[in-house]
Design a binder for this molecule. Structure first.
Ligand SMILES: [Mg+2]
Length: 445
């Protein structure tokens, strides 16, 4: 048998094994006696693909075979999270009862005096997922059952149809419609721009990116917000004329425009009936959401760059957005995701947890645990197309079929990590692009 295939077979066989019965029984009889004995941080880049350094948290216990896995991936700060975890949070966990996930969340949050921010909150998120994983394994139940049980069997999902021009976007939309997608994200490159967000790069930009990676530097990329503001309504006009009204379309601005441009676009896109308009504003410009709400009816999604449950609260209480998009790997894990969803429910605001390919499959399983068990679920972003190296490291990933994502019903988060393979793919420096406007001004990615 080929070595890679053998490793895959061994990994899936190991994942299929339940927690040893004796250990599960002992833990169930006396959950108060379980203690955390170790916390390992593994930074792995399966296949050395760009921007996919996953920061994994493994929590070991005094019960044989009882471990939990979490995802603390924070793209752009991976090694910062790993070091922070090892030096500043791990000592606060050793000897604690892993069943006390809420108490430990609070303990880790207050441990450093200068708290919050992407590094600490990503670390807490990874720990929180690992604790819920342990809790589920002790109970012999999937985490979604511990959160209230399945409200639905599968999750409505979408993926990206990016193109260099309108026709390429249209073709990619049609391909995804053939695969059963009911909602599709559409992104287009700008005339004369080599890069762009969620679109294929030109050969020139790809070569520039490759050279920058080889030198360990951030790739340089130019972005013109004015050209973007002129182009986007034309893309939607083209798509509605060619692919029709039956397919749901959404678009991610990725915070790359000014407040006034966001207002202009929100109004200009009204006739095209978007599923939602994502991240039209930077988190530094939250006040502008009030103006957008007053002036246009385009549904708005926001939240993937938040790093806690306190960020953007008034967007919920004033009902200035329609979808919350927190990233469970950055905002505080399953514990925070469940709280945010509950907070949104009476306002009729739906969830759309951040789910790109640059957070690990463990977060995707955590997304599913919350998404499946809440009444105000909206849609779940899900990255398809993980390669063989990722599937060698992780025992399972969510499955896509007919416009929906489903997950297994194994105890805990239903996903284990092949540590030996993960360590075979160490950290690779892949810095995010340094975006600038044509006049040289540094700009948001
Ligand atoms: Mg986004």
């Amino acid at each position: 048998m080929h070595r890679r295939q053998l490793l895959k077979t061994l990994a899936s066989a190991a994942a299929a094994l339940p927690l040893p019965l004796a250990a599960q029984t002992a833990a169930q009889k006396s959950p108060g006696s379980i203690r955390i004995t170790g916390v390992d941080v593994i930074v792995t880049n399966p296949g050395a693909t760009a921007m996919n350094n996953f920061v994994l948290i493994k929590i070991s216990t005094n019960q044989p075979g009882l471990v939990g896995w979490g995802d603390a991936t924070c793209t752009g700060s991976e090694l910062g999270v790993a070091k922070f975890m090892e030096e500043h949070l791990t000592p606060g966990l050793i000897g604690q009862n892993p069943m006390h996930s809420e108490r430990l969340w609070q303990r880790l949050f207050f441990l450093p005096y200068y708290r919050s921010g992407s590094v600490q909150m990503s670390a807490i998120s990874g720990v929180d997922m690992a604790l819920w994983d342990i809790k589920g394994k002790v109970a012999g139940l999937p985490v979604y059952d511990l959160l209230g049980g399945k409200v639905r069997e599968g999750m409505l999902t979408y993926t990206n149809a990016g193109g260099r021009d309108f026709k390429q976007v249209e073709d990619n939309v049609r391909k995804l419609m053939e695969r059963g997608y009911k909602v599709i994200k559409v992104q287009v490159a700008l005339p004369g721009n080599d890069g762009g967000y969620a679109v294929p790069q030109t050969a020139a930009q790809a070569a520039k990116t490759k050279d920058a990676y080889a030198a360990g530097m951030p790739p340089d990329e130019v972005w013109d917000p004015m050209a973007y503001t002129r182009t986007l309504p034309k893309l939607f006009d083209h798509l509605r004329k060619t692919v029709g009204d039956e397919i749901e379309l959404l678009h991610d601005v990725h915070e790359r425009i000014t407040p006034s441009q966001a207002l202009q676009l929100g109004k200009a896109l009204e006739p095209y009936r978007l599923f939602y308009f994502e991240d039209p504003l930077r988190p530094e410009h939250l006040d502008t959401f009030r103006l957008m709400r007053q002036q246009c009816s385009t549904p708005i999604a926001m939240g993937e760059v938040y790093t806690g449950q306190w960020d953007g609260l008034f967007l919920i209480t004033e009902h200035l957005i329609d979808y919350v998009r927190h990233d469970l790997a950055h905002c505080g894990g399953i514990t925070t995701g469940k709280k945010i969803a509950t907070f949104c429910e009476p306002y009729g605001i739906l969830t759309a947890w951040h789910g790109p390919g640059n957070i690990s499959p463990i977060t995707h399983m955590a997304n599913a645990a919350v998404s499946l068990s809440i009444p105000n679920f909206g849609i779940q972003e899900f990255a398809t197309g993980w390669g063989d190296p990722v599937r060698e490291v992780f025992s399972d990933v969510p499955q896509y079929a007919n416009g929906q994502v489903t997950v297994n019903d194994k105890p805990g988060l239903g996903i284990d990590v092949n540590e030996a393979v993960a360590r075979k793919y160490p950290y690779v420096r892949r810095l995010r692009p340094a975006i600038r406007r044509p006049d040289g001004t540094p700009w948001a990615y």
